[in-house]
Design a binder for this molecule. Structure first.
Ligand code: 13P
Length: 250
């Protein structure tokens, strides 16, 4: 069985004082029945790891460069994130695909770099509203999946996050049927490419406006192994009920 995973993406939020949220989460969930990952801004990774030392909570990055080192001012390599204490890194988030014009080929190179550094790659996919309205969702997902996931992907090092762009930060979510359709499709494609043994072990997260109020409904959908949470991961009071909902579904 796949172990459930809830990941919090803090995006460009978080100062040292916000590490108190991690302290609160660790106090409330000392022995979780699921995996919990927080991806703070890179400036907080080392301090977050220190805050979570001895706890079950893992710390991850939000992006990495495809190269291990070099003259890339302002960028961070997967190896640097690993060195800072991260165990995972998000790649291909729609905010990076859009604002930084990252193609699926770039995302694949980043995921490959994450694997080479010993990090779990959380590879994000998702359609725009126009693409969904044009009934192109599965075609878009198929294309992003085949181009963004490197051959180095395996159950132990890869998580796929389905995040419809229109659901992120909007308060909108797809119906359970729509989420289930995409997750089943992703699982089938992964099975064709990597074989059942690997594909059955890869966790598929849903992301986009997951809140305490809708988490239980989303986690009841077959093939949803957890969530990638933005806004509701910033405060322990919001994230904690989402953790509880996923534990109940586990
Ligand atoms: P929200 O949960 O704020 O909609 O963000 C989702 C997201 O982008 C997580 O990566």
């Amino acid at each position: 069985m796949r172990r459930k995973l809830v990941a919090g993406n803090w995006k460009m939020h978080g100062l040292q004082a916000d590490l108190a949220q991690l302290t609160a989460l660790n106090a409330t969930h000392p022995a979780p029945a699921i995996d919990i990952l927080i991806c703070p801004p890179a400036t907080l990774i080392t301090a977050a790891c220190a805050t979570c030392e001895g706890s079950a909570m893992q710390i991850g990055g939000q992006d990495c460069h495809a190269r291990a080192s070099g003259a890339f001012t302002g960028d961070l390599s997967a190896l640097m994130l690993k060195d800072a204490g991260a165990s995972a890194v998000i790649v291909g988030h729609s905010e990076r695909r859009e604002a930084h014009e990252e193609s699926s080929e770039i995302v694949r190179a980043k995921a490959k770099a994450a694997h080479a550094a010993g990090l779990t790659a959380i590879i994000c996919l998702g359609e725009s509203l126009a693409q969904r309205e044009a009934a192109n969702t599965l075609d878009i997902i198929a294309g992003q999946l085949s181009l963004s996931v490197p051959d180095s992907a395996a159950a132990a090092n890869t998580v796929i996050a389905y995040e419809p762009c229109w659901a992120i930060g909007s308060g909108l979510t797809p119906s359970p049927e729509q989420i289930g359709e995409v997750h089943d499709f992703i699982r089938a494609r992964l099975t064709t490419r990597f074989g059942a043994a690997q594909a059955d072990g890869m966790r598929l997260l849903y992301g986009g406006s997951v809140k305490p109020g809708n988490a239980a409904e989303i986690f009841a959908i077959p093939d949803v192994d957890g969530a990638l949470v933005g806004g509701a991961s910033l405060k322990a009071d919001d994230f904690s009920p989402i953790i509880n909902a996923l534990e109940s579904a586990a």
